[in-house]
Design a binder for this molecule. Structure first.
Ligand code: ZN
Length: 549
């Protein structure tokens, strides 16, 4: 019954859409019949004359209609106000919830939305709230578009997708006209299919807090106003149009007006996947390629903390490229690890360095490595390398065991000590220090400053002193805070130096291994520590990090 209802609606809509074609076809038919009747009534001589003139007449008609068609099209459908019709054409997308990976919580919310959409009329009957706007908030690469498509597929509705940046134009009013067209199309689709999903990506491009500047501000405002007007206009109960907006920005940059009830009042937060999510995503993409079945996917997932599903897909792709280049056909753990590093840090490029320089870099990285392993409460060492990549000459790759959203004092102190370790290892083993601390010192300094100025972690001052305007802080207080910052750095330096002196043999060993192999993987690193009966911090019963600071 429903099918019949929609079929008749579709026919109605076809006639409404194509009335020009329908009426002109009818007119042509009637005129042809009339002229045939007239033609038959003519005498033979005239008939022949008419026939002789026919080809040239047809040619003239074709020419004339072509010219008028060109003029008509360029006048009516000029560049302005026109959106790429391919994108706006509602299409049936085919993405199922089972295809959306790594964002399980967001998926649950989305399933609920689909249920509400399917029961549109039921919800209306009980007076429940009908969804009109849905906002997806989350970092890029986590599958917002994909999830929106899955909602459309699972609810069986056509999907219109557009990026908000396509609304922003220099000419005032163009964006607003595009919004009107988009909603017109959506309403028509909803009329014919019982509903439609409009997906607006990067909604922050028009949805930012309204400003009243002269240049872009004006246009953004009219576009946003038009969007709000259209959404408010969707009150008609027959119009089951749901607008899904997506943004990478935090929601506080968005105009409060678009978050008001009846607009984008439902939100889905999409987070980067957790360990389990990353494992699922990796399994999915690895199953598409030929990989060594002994790979510990859990370990790779642990290594890939903070990676989005798109990043993970990219890692598997990059690994297969590396694998191909080495003329193998099975992806190994080493390929994946290499791919991850290449994406994070850039491609390896061997620089010509003097043995002395190479040795200093090896000790520098060995210093970072040892302190990370023996002191750091949250981070694991995954790899150490003295091959130049991007802007760095060497690197110790480390990640948290699992993503953490806060850092405690021990964690911050361990970060500072790790940062200082490269500098100290150079000092202890090469008798001099170098400028290879370009990223280490700023990091250590920044953290120590943060601990004292903002986090009340020096034991003497409490509060975030950065909220007070510079001029209102007394010179004495500023001095005290800076002295405390330096004290933290000095204490960390002293402790790290003691540790590295105690582990002098280990430092030599790692530097030599690095000089020999250039890269050390987690397993190799772990084996060497075990050889010296060292235990990773956290696994040891007595934490070596003192808490006197
Ligand atoms: Zn360093």
């Amino acid at each position: 019954m429903i099918i019949n209802k929609f079929t008749s609606k579709k026919i109605k809509m076809f006639v409404r859409d194509h009335w020009v074609a329908v009426t002109s076809t009818l007119a042509v038919l009637i005129l042809t019949i009339l002229s045939i009747i007239g033609f038959m009534g003519l005498e033979s001589f005239y008939r022949k004359m008419q026939l002789a003139q026919l080809p040239i007449q047809i040619m003239m008609w074709i020419l004339a209609s072509a010219i008028s068609a060109i003029i008509y099209v360029s006048l009516m459908f000029g560049r302005f106000g026109q959106i790429d019709t391919k994108k706006v054409k509602g299409s049936k997308v085919n993405v199922l919830f089972s295809d959306v990976l790594g964002v399980d919580e967001a998926k649950e919310e989305a399933i609920e939305v689909v249920n509400l959409l399917k029961d549109h009329s039921a919800v209306q009957k009980v007076g429940g709230k009908i969804i009109k706007g849905l906002l997806m908030i989350g970092p890029p690469g986590c599958g917002k578009t994909y999830l929106a498509k899955a909602i459309a597929t699972e609810a069986g509705l056509p999907f219109l997708s557009l990026s908000a940046s396509e609304f922003t134009e220099i000419f005032v009013g163009v964006g607003a006209r595009r919004v009107r067209k988009l909603f017109k199309q959506a309403r028509r689709l909803a009329y014919a299919h019982g509903g439609a999903i409009v997906f607006i990506d990067e909604i922050d491009a028009i949805g930012r807090t309204r400003t009243f500047s002269f240049m872009s501000g004006q246009e953004g405002n009219t576009t946003l106003n038009q969007l709000l007007v259209e959404m408010d206009g969707l009150q008609d109960e027959k119009e089951n149009v749901v607008v899904i907006g997506a943004t990478n920005s935090p929601e506080d940059v968005l105009d409060p007006a678009i978050l008001r009830p009846g607009r984008f009042d439902r939100k889905i937060y999409i987070e980067k996947p957790n360990l389990k999510g990353r494992e699922d995503v990796l399994k999915f993409y690895l199953n598409k390629v030929n990989y060594d079945k002994s790979i510990d996917i859990g370990k790779v997932a642990r290594q890939a903390v903070y990676k989005s599903p798109a990043d993970l897909e990219n890692i598997v792709k990059e690994a297969s490229i590396i694998c191909l280049r080495n003329k193998r056909d099975v992806i190994t753990h080493k390929d994946l690890s290499e791919a991850m590093e290449r994406i994070d840090l850039g491609i390896k490029h061997r620089k010509h360095m003097t043995p002395e320089e190479k040795r200093r870099i090896a000790y520098h990285e060995a210093g970072h490595l040892i302190v990370l392993y023996l002191l750091h409460p949250t981070d694991d060492v995954f790899k150490a390398s003295i091959i130049a990549r991007g802007g760095t000459l060497g690197v110790v790759h480390h990640q948290q065991h699992e993503e953490m959203f806060t850092s405690n004092k021990d964690h911050l102190l361990a970060d500072i000590q790790t940062s200082l370790a490269g500098h100290l290892a150079e000092k202890l083993k090469c008798g001099t220090t170098s400028d290879g601390v370009g990223s280490d010192f700023p990091k250590a300094m920044h953290l120590a400053h943060l601990m004292v100025w903002c986090l009340g972690m020096d034991g003497k001052h409490v509060g975030d002193f950065t909220v007070i305007p510079e001029g209102q802080l007394s010179e004495q207080l500023k001095n005290e805070l800076n002295i405390e910052t330096q004290r933290i750095l000095q204490e960390c330096l002293a402790k790290t130096e003691t540790l590295l002196r105690d582990e002098s043999i280990l430092l030599d060993r790692f530097a030599n291994e690095l000089l020999k192999k250039e890269e050390l993987e987690f397993d190799e690193i772990d084996a060497i520590f075990k050889e010296y009966h060292k235990v990773k911090f956290g696994a040891s019963p007595t934490p070596p990090l003192e808490k006197s600071l």
